[in-house]
Design a protein around this ligand. Structure first.
Ligand code: MN
Length: 283
């Protein structure tokens, strides 16, 4: 079994556009390739949106060189992009957006949800692309909740939604560029589950709510993230309280990261090029 390498915890909440509170669970600026192929994780909410007639969210902004994965737990997001694409990400749905060579998009609470108001909770994960795929054409995978297979633990003790990769005999619907597992799990107090994770792969657990015991005696508190050792295989999780958490595992991309804002490339020249391409309207 993998051991806990370290617990990573940020406590400062901030706002991204109208999304608030947002917890930066981790970013590559802090952890670099320690968490590769993952680049960033934001926990948006839980929070409450007051009814409004004004559109609320994050205005048009570009991305290049990686993928953004948005999981909506409660609330509803509407998305529009520079290619004319768009759609609703409802509770339980996942949007896997491959920005690759470039996209400009807006992320808003949906019109219906904004008018009605209510509770919201989302996660946004950024996944790096290998150098050879950073300039592919952008595309989306709209994964609705009914597309996501659910592994039910015996006696209603918990469940694992398989978004990417494989858990037991269930395959996640997301197509990925490198080997990745994304599991969205809940586990009742006192219960155990073991997640598959390869030796040599990065393995992260972010606890949305509850309290977990990992490996031997390490306790993971709410809104903290465990970075597991890349040695050994598999992760043993024991719930000390009813818990909701996300498990991310993946093969590290052994390439340099050169990043600025919404562009994540390998070299400084590629970042300069991204700004030039964006300014000249090539996104
Ligand atoms: Mn974005």
């Amino acid at each position: 079994m993998k051991t806990v390498a370290f617990i990573h915890r940020n406590d400062t909440r901030f706002a991204v556009g109208d999304f608030s509170p947002v917890l930066s669970v981790f970013s590559h600026y802090e952890l670099g390739n320690t968490v590769s192929p993952f680049l960033l994780l934001d926990h948006i909410g839980p929070g409450k949106l007051r009814p409004s007639s004004r559109q609320k969210g994050v205005n048009a902004h570009p991305h290049r060189g990686f993928e953004t994965v948005t999981l909506v737990y409660t609330g509803e997001i509407e998305h529009r992009d520079s290619s004319g694409g768009g759609g609703i990400i409802a509770a339980g749905d996942v949007q896997w957006m491959t920005a690759a060579k470039g996209i400009v998009h807006q992320e808003f609470f949906s019109e219906a949800f904004t008018q009605q108001g209510g509770r919201f909770e989302m996660i946004q994960l950024w996944v790096n692309l290998p150098a050879k795929d950073k300039m592919q054409d952008p595309h989306y995978q709209s994964i609705t909740t009914r597309d996501i297979p659910v592994f039910e633990l015996p006696n209603n003790d918990g469940k694992v939604r398989v978004i990417a990769g494989q858990f037991q005999d269930l395959l996640g619907p997301a197509q990925t560029y490198t080997p990745i597992n994304v599991f969205d799990a809940q586990l009742n107090a006192g219960q155990d589950v073991t997640f598959n994770a390869d030796a040599g792969h990065t393995a992260l657990i972010f606890l949305r709510s509850g309290r977990l015991q990992l490996a031997e005696n390490e306790v993971l508190e709410e809104e903290a993230m465990a970075v597991m050792s890349s040695r050994e295989a598999n992760i043993a999780v024991h719930a000390l309280e009813d818990s909701q958490f996300i498990v991310l595992t993946g093969e590290p991309i052994q390439e340099p990261i050169n990043a600025h804002g919404p562009f994540i490339m390998n070299t400084h020249d590629e970042i300069v090029q991204a700004y030039e391409d964006f300014k000249s309207g090539q996104f």
